[in-house]
Design a protein around this ligand. Structure first.
Ligand SMILES: Cc1ncc(COP(=O)(O)O)c(C=O)c1O
Length: 366
């Protein structure tokens, strides 16, 4: 990998041991932490009242290693704890990867349109950006392979892709990973992993063991419904994690966010239910598109990108005036399309009946 020279021998920040760990290790009933300049008086009773049932001591820093969450996620995905890195959302992990591997003189390869933060972070680091247009709404992995040269440091594969919702076929991905030079890090961003139901999507975890230059990103922001808590994680071989860890801010997940993520992981029934409802909701949009002859991309996510045969900015504004906030394709590099998050059955039905009204006004529907 083309790690930034500065991080070669850098060690991750070593936080003080968590109180509970010291208690356990030395068999003590009480341990006082006077190591990190926290407030010994805790926090205001008003904050306590607000927090209700949560009795954590938020006056002390969270466990920077996120040990309990780490164990829970490691068990859930069946990897070693040392193969995980936690981020303040996967946005944070994208920034960490970029900061560790991109700088002037190297380049990064990504699809277009894809998730905007790959480009955004690469621009900040001053790396050259090589964008490869999607082919039929999907990553063109052969063209991306062609775009890789001796200066390429990171390749981003958003799978499923935002904004199209499409996945890459497993065979294509495997062929791609076989051919990418081993010193190029391949990021498989799987923010929407839990929603995927296509048999063509293989569980990519085996690739982490097979290829030392692969990292998978997942998040608690989407199917787990915890976007505001900001918890994402990366899965890679231990050597990659060890290089990325020093670039991470030492306490990038709060005590509360670590706890809620564990609770969320324990309720897989909820994920199954949400996935089922999402599938039904997706059908509402697909039927609408088929009925009105509007193109749509086959989505494996909880959003759908479809054609409106009108100015997407106009449709966006008209829908906002009717109480629905969506994304205009113009802002996503797909003019003439809109991206809509799949809501509840009721929300979808209302949205689609109002959209019918707007598209009729725009002369799209007879
Ligand atoms: C493809 C993709 N990756 C990463 C993210 C960032 O998610 P978060 O930082 O909330 O984990 C998003 C959010 O929309 C996304 O669509």
């Amino acid at each position: 990998m083309k790690w930034k020279q500065q991080i070669y021998d850098m060690k991750a920040y070593q936080p003080g041991k968590p109180i509970e760990e010291v208690k356990r290790e030395f068999g003590l009933d009480e341990v006082v932490k006077l190591a990190s300049n926290e407030n010994p008086y805790g926090f205001s009773p008003k904050v306590k009242a607000f927090l209700g049932g949560d009795h954590s001591n938020h006056a002390i820093y969270p466990d920077g290693y996120a040990k309990t969450l780490r164990t829970a996620v490691a068990n859930h995905v069946n990897v070693q704890e040392t193969q995980l890195i936690f981020g303040n959302g996967s946005d944070d992990l994208i920034a960490i990867i970029t900061r560790a591997l991109l700088y002037p003189g190297v380049n990064t390869v990504m699809a277009a349109p894809s998730f905007s933060q790959y480009r955004h972070n690469a621009e900040i680091e001053g790396a050259e950006i090589k964008e490869v247009p999607l082919k039929d709404g999907k990553h063109d992995l052969l063209a991306m392979l062609d775009a890789i040269d001796e200066n390429t440091s990171v390749v981003w594969v958003c799978n499923p892709n935002n904004p199209t919702g499409t996945i890459v076929q497993d065979e294509e991905l495997q062929n791609f990973l076989e051919k990418v030079p081993s010193e190029v890090l391949v990021v498989l961003d799987e923010a929407y992993f839990e929603y995927v139901n296509s048999p063509d999507f293989k569980d990519t975890l085996s690739y982490v063991n097979q290829y030392p230059n692969v990292i998978i990103l997942r998040t608690f922001s989407k199917a787990y419904g915890l976007a505001s808590f900001r918890v994402g994680y990366g899965i890679a071989q231990e050597e990659v994690i060890a290089k990325l860890d020093p670039v991470r801010a030492p306490f990038n997940n709060t005590i509360l966010s670590q706890k809620v993520a564990i609770a969320a992981l324990e309720d897989q029934e909820f994920i199954i239910e949400c996935k089922e409802s999402n599938e039904n909701g997706k059908k509402q949009y697909e039927e609408f598109c088929v009925r009105h002859g509007l193109n749509f991309y086959p989505s494996q996510t909880n959003f759908i990108l479809f054609e409106v045969k009108a100015d997407s900015d106009v449709v966006f504004k008209e829908m906002m005036q009717r109480g629905f906030i969506i994304r205009s394709g113009n802002a996503l590099g797909v003019p003439g399309y809109i991206r809509v998050t799949i809501g509840t059955e009721e929300q979808n039905a209302k949205f689609l009946s109002l959209l019918e009204e707007v598209l009729s006004e725009q002369g799209v529907l007879a």
